[in-house]
Design a protein around this ligand. Structure first.
Ligand SMILES: [Zn+2]
Length: 101
């Protein structure tokens, strides 16, 4: 894992533990970030966030936090199997700091 992706992962864990991820519908979340408030949602291609970092790099701590949360046992079982697999793959890419678009 690169230094940068480790930092992003740490930030994502912190967002979760501080209760800053608010689920507003099954696949839509509101995230209270350090520098702003963002929407993170899941569509057929995977996770999206409306922050600048995501636009630039294709991943961010907000999107990773939502993936970590959604892939926890209590939510994971409610996801359709294909989508669950795609989200799992995206999380693995983001953890490595690479994200093919
Ligand atoms: Zn973001």
């Amino acid at each position: 894992m690169s230094n940068e992706s480790l930092k992003v992962l740490d930030k994502a864990e912190k967002l979760i533990s501080e209760g800053r991820i608010i689920r507003i519908s099954p696949l839509m979340f509101y995230v209270i970030g350090d520098h702003g408030r963002y929407f993170v949602w899941i569509d057929h291609r995977g996770v999206k966030c409306n922050c600048q970092g995501f636009k630039k790099r294709g991943f961010c701590s907000h999107a990773i936090a939502v993936l970590l949360l959604l892939l926890r046992k209590k939510y994971r079982d409610t996801l359709e199997q294909g989508l669950r697999k795609r989200l799992q793959e995206q999380l693995e890419y983001m953890k490595r700091g690479v994200y093919p678009r």
